[in-house]
Structures are given as C-alpha cells and as structure tokens.
Design a protein around this ligand. Structure first.
Ligand code: 13P
Length: 257
C-alpha cells in the first residue's frame, strides 16, 4: 500500500523571501512518522531554489503545469524533461484553474499526462465538477469523462501510474469544503472506474481530495476510506496550517497496519 500524500500547491504566490521562511518552518516540523509523503509545487521560477532547500529532506518537489511537447519552438512553455532535470517528482495536470482560465481541454490534459509519464514524472490528474454540474447531478459522469480522456489517449496502465486529485471546482479557494461524505462518494466512484479495468491498480491508486482543506477539516476528510491525502492550495502558504494538515494525514492508509 502506498503512503498517504499531501501536496502543497502554492499556485502563483510567494517570492524568494517568503518562500524561504515558509520552507524553513515547514521543514523544521517534518518527521518520518506515519505513512506520509509530502510534496510542494512552487511556481516555475522558484523550482530550483525550492529544490535546493528540499535536498536531503523527506519533502519532494512538484510542478504545477507542463507542456505536452517534448522540446522546441514553444515560447514560454516548460517540458517534462526540464522538470525531471530540476528534480521534480510530481506534476499537476489539468488543474481546474488551467481548464477554466487557460482553455485546457480534456484532450490537452491527456497529452500532458502522457508527456509526464514518458519522462518518469508522476502526474497528478485533477478532476472535479462545477457547482452547476453538481446541482445537475452529473458529478460522477463529469469525473468519468475527465478520466476517460486520459485512458483513451494514454491507456489505463499509464493512468494508474499517476495520482488522481478530486477537486470540486466549487470548493476551490471558496472556503466551502465538500463534506467528508460527499468527497468519499466521489473518491469511491473514481476508484470504481479504475477497478473496472484493474482491481489491484484501483487498490494501489492514491486519490487526493482538494478544495478548501484546512487544519480543522483535514482529519475528517483523510479518515474517509477512499481519501489518501490532500492537494492543498491556500492553506499550504501558511506553515502552521500546512503542518497541521500534514500531521492529520499521518494515519495508516485505508486501515492497513
Ligand atoms: P484551496 O485549498 O485554496 O481551496 O485550493 C485547492 C486547490 O486548488 C489545490 O490545487
């Protein structure tokens, strides 16, 4: 069984000075206790300096985005091999902000996912419904469609080499969190979709919850049987909050000893 996983997504926040203070505080609190891996995804310009801070610690590096292309004339883009080169282990793919604000379609997301796998990165596929979609009762089918695009492009085996993050769009940055039961229901659905292809891969898959995870709601979310950690936005910018969220995830994954 893989450990739980907590990823801090700094989004477009921070500068050299605030990053340094935040990292120093977060790293001072890291222990090897519990079944947990912690990753931090800073903005591109800070990947190298954060990588240097993380060296010889048990916190790993991730990126927030990548190009589907391998190299060449793509001004402003960053490739999977560059992310590997700088020391990334994870890369977020298809975050709802990229889908909504930068026009990323399911097909582009699938290409990015495959590009990440190709270079040995672990893509974190973000899926989730809008409020209108939830109200229309189509949450599960939206999430299935988002996963199916990757399965069609890259195949089920590659999808299971990644991580899936369920982030209901209506819960991101709003202070409104999916209840543990609402989140669990979608996580169970996601695991079920994978399980219809490969039962063992479904058991092994890490499925994270994201959307206004805070110190005071993390434990209830992470205690759900199909929630294997969190993808944390705002609260990852505050050392005390992020540390508390990490500690809430230092529990045995899905009831294993
Ligand atoms: P918040 O934790 O700020 O709601 O953001 C969640 C998110 O989008 C993480 O990727």
């Amino acid at each position: 069984m893989k450990p739980n996983l907590v990823i801090g997504n700094w989004k477009m926040n921070g500068d050299q000075q605030t990053n340094e203070v935040l990292l120093r505080n977060v790293l001072a609190s890291q222990t090897n206790e519990g079944h947990l891996e912690v990753a931090i995804c800073p903005p591109f310009p800070y990947l190298a300096s954060v990588a240097a801070h993380l060296q010889d610690t048990n916190v790993v590096l991730g990126a927030q985005n990548l190009s589907p292309a391998t190299h060449g004339a793509f001004t402003g883009e960053v490739s999977a091999s560059m992310l590997r080169d700088i020391g990334c282990r994870y890369v977020l793919v298809g975050h709802s902000e990229r889908r909504a604000l930068f026009g990323e379609t399911n097909e582009v997301v699938a290409q990015k996912f495959a590009a990440a796998i190709e270079q040995g990165l672990i893509p974190v596929l973000c899926v989730g419904e809008t409020l209108d979609e939830r109200r229309a009762g189509i949450t599960n089918s939206v999430v299935t469609t988002q996963m199916t695009a990757v399965i069609k492009h890259a195949g089920i085996e590659k999808l299971t080499r990644g991580v899936i993050a369920y982030e209901p769009v209506w819960a991101i940055g709003t202070g409104e969190t999916a209840s543990p039961e609402q989140a669990q229901a979608v996580h169970q659905h996601i695991r079920g979709v994978i399980g219809s292809f490969n039962k063992q891969a479904a058991i092994d898959l890490q499925i994270l919850y994201g959307g206004s995870v805070k110190a005071d709601n993390a434990k209830a979310l992470f205690s759900q049987p199909d929630i294997d950690g969190g993808l944390i936005g705002g609260a990852s910018l505050d050392a005390a909050s992020f540390i508390a969220i990490c500690n809430a995830a230092r529990i045995n994954p899905r009831g294993t000893a």
